[in-house]
Design a protein around this ligand. Structure first.
Ligand SMILES: Cc1cc2nc3c(=O)[nH]c(=O)nc-3n(C[C@H](O)[C@H](O)[C@H](O)COP(=O)(O)OP(=O)(O)OC[C@H]3O[C@@H](n4cnc5c(N)ncnc54)[C@H](O)[C@@H]3O)c2cc1C
Length: 506
């Protein structure tokens, strides 16, 4: 199956693209149109279809193409935003509500798997969190108290499942893991069998929020009563782009020489933290480690992130073979909680979005499905207000967060450029790209494996930031809001809908 990067994730191994029943846009008025065929879109679509809504799901590439194909699929109620932070910023009652929402999400996953008899290597497991110095011990204690108070079952432990020395540790019960693509494709099939329509290679490019919503796509126009953006970050320009920052995280799946594959999920307390688990795929065990996160476009040598992660893992584990390495993008919300509900600025209130999932999108996607299904079927949701994208939550550091995200470029690249000059200033190896200065203008250059140069404007089509080359995934990535383009400027994913401007090399 395809994914939005040049590396291959463990989940892509031996799995063909999903085949839909439909390949053309039906001429009908749908109750709900869902943009985005990742775990959020599919879970929401199925829940709505089963609640009696006639749904259409549109995916710009193929199902699982986005971060769902590049996740590590830990299923958690223990979240990236610690419960002590949530309690401090939103109050203790809301921290308990967050824990309850996360538990509802994990229950929905488990329910789906048993109701639809999904084979996806699902297992419930404990999650271990450990500290390695006195500063981290203090942090761990605070996290322990707040997590217990929020209602997650935790206990201190003297052992952890991985051979890394630690000073303190606790475990949280009732977490889990699965094969995200097997789960996703099984839900998509159930959605189609329930009468829902899925279209792949159909990008939503524009929309008009009137009595009904007219949705413009690369395959034509279609109408729905409601439109949900389950696109990881909504396209177009919205206040949500100022409240979410794109990050990249790295994962490797290795085979071990010994049989010491850890049974449970484990996390350290570094920033960025490392995350570990085991997964069996086609009868073979893999140890998956992740980490080395950074803001999108802020690291020049993204290949080095894999090397660092591998070196760290080799220090503690008896690695036989590096089987897979991949990276992917996630969105960090400004105040630590996801944004789920009415899209701010939607004129008639018919547009919805779900974004800002940090590294917990397996959980938040299911919270989103529950909240959106309640909202669209007129059932009061206990979580609607807490996760509302319209909430204004002034948190420490928010101004800096917004400033960093609006660091837009002023320059536009014009005219054409001579090959000689470009060659002299670019000095690129095959497969490499960089943004070069050319007579006061910036130009994004890539040299392909045959030595051919490709030039595009580095000005992102979303909000005019400058893109940066991601050598590991062979893409131009926008550091501001996470739009991503291939070497030739074609949109891969993110909030942009148009390609980077092509530049003639004469
Ligand atoms: C390396 C890494 C590891 C992670 N590990 C975990 C983990 O262990 N546990 C966890 O809970 N979370 C984890 N996460 C986060 C989690 O994977 C994501 O939050 C989740 O997959 C997001 O799912 P989604 O459906 O919202 O978005 P995506 O999976 O990105 O799906 C969005 C889809 O929308 C499509 N799309 C985009 N624009 C349009 C458009 N205009 N029209 C139509 N379609 C469009 C895209 O092609 C894409 O397929 C991890 C993230 C990373 C980067």
């Amino acid at each position: 199956m395809q994914r939005d990067g040049a590396t291959v994730s463990l989940w892509q191994y031996n799995i063909p693209d999903y085949e839909t029943k439909h390949t053309t846009l039906p001429a009908a008025l749908f109750d709900v149109i869902i943009a985005g065929g990742g775990i959020t879109g599919i879970t929401t679509a199925l829940l709505l279809q089963k609640s009696g809504k006639n749904c259409l799901l549109l995916e710009s590439n193929t199902l699982g193409f986005g971060t769902t194909g590049g996740t590590t699929a830990h299923l958690n109620t223990l979240l990236d935003t610690p419960y002590n932070t949530i309690a401090k910023d939103f109050g203790e009652k809301n921290a308990q509500l967050v824990a309850k929402a996360a538990q509802d999400a994990l229950n929905l996953i488990s329910n789906n798997i048993s109701t639809y008899n999904i084979k996806c290597e699902y297992q419930t497991q404990a999650a271990y969190l450990f500290s390695q110095n006195s500063q981290q011990d203090k942090e761990l204690d605070e996290m322990f108290r707040a997590t217990a108070h929020a209602g997650v079952q935790v206990s201190y432990v003297n052992e952890i499942p991985i051979p890394i020395s630690f000073t303190k540790a606790f475990k949280a019960e009732g977490q889990g893991k699965f094969h995200p693509i097997e789960y996703l494709f099984a839900l998509a099939k159930q959605f189609e069998e329930a009468g829902g329509t899925v279209l792949q290679h159909c990008r939503v490019t524009n929309w008009h929020d009137d009595e009904n919503v007219t949705v413009e796509t690369t395959l034509g126009k279609v109408e729905g009563r409601k439109l949900i953006f389950a696109t990881h970050i909504p396209p177009g320009v919205s206040v949500l782009h100022l409240r979410c920052a794109p990050y990249r995280s790295y994962a490797i799946a290795v085979e071990l020489n010994d049989e010491n594959y850890p049974d449970h999920l484990t996390y350290d307390l570094y920033n960025p933290y490392h995350y570990y688990r085991t997964q069996e795929v086609m009868g073979k065990k893999y140890f998956i480690a992740g980490g080395e996160d950074h803001k999108t476009g802020h690291v020049e040598n993204t290949e080095a992130c894999f090397l660092k992660l591998e070196a760290y893992v080799r220090k503690y584990f008896n690695v036989k073979e590096m089987a897979f390495k991949w990276s992917s993008q996630y969105y960090e919300p400004a105040d630590g909680l996801p944004y789920i509900g009415h899209m701010p600025g939607s004129q008639k209130g018919n547009i919805y979005a779900a974004t800002g999932f940090s590294g917990n999108g397996m959980t938040w996607s299911h919270v989103a499905a529950l909240v959106l299904c309640d909202m669209l079927t007129g059932v009061p949701s206990p979580y609607e207000e807490l996760f509302s994208p319209g909430r204004i939550k002034p948190v420490a550091g928010f101004t800096a967060f917004v400033k960093e995200n609006v660091d837009v470029a002023k320059e536009f690249v014009k005219g054409f450029f001579t090959r000689d000059k470009i060659e002299s200033l670019s000095d690129l190896a095959h497969g490499e790209g960089k943004v070069a200065n050319y007579e006061g203008e910036k130009i994004a250059l890539y040299k392909d494996e045959n030595g051919q140069l490709h030039a595009v404007s580095p000005v992102c089509r979303h909000l005019k930031c400058h893109v940066a080359w991601n050598i590991a995934e062979q893409s131009w990535d926008c550091p501001c809001h996470g739009a991503r383009y291939n070497y030739n400027g074609k949109v891969i994913t993110g909030p942009a809908s148009t390609n980077l401007e092509q530049i003639n090399i004469e």
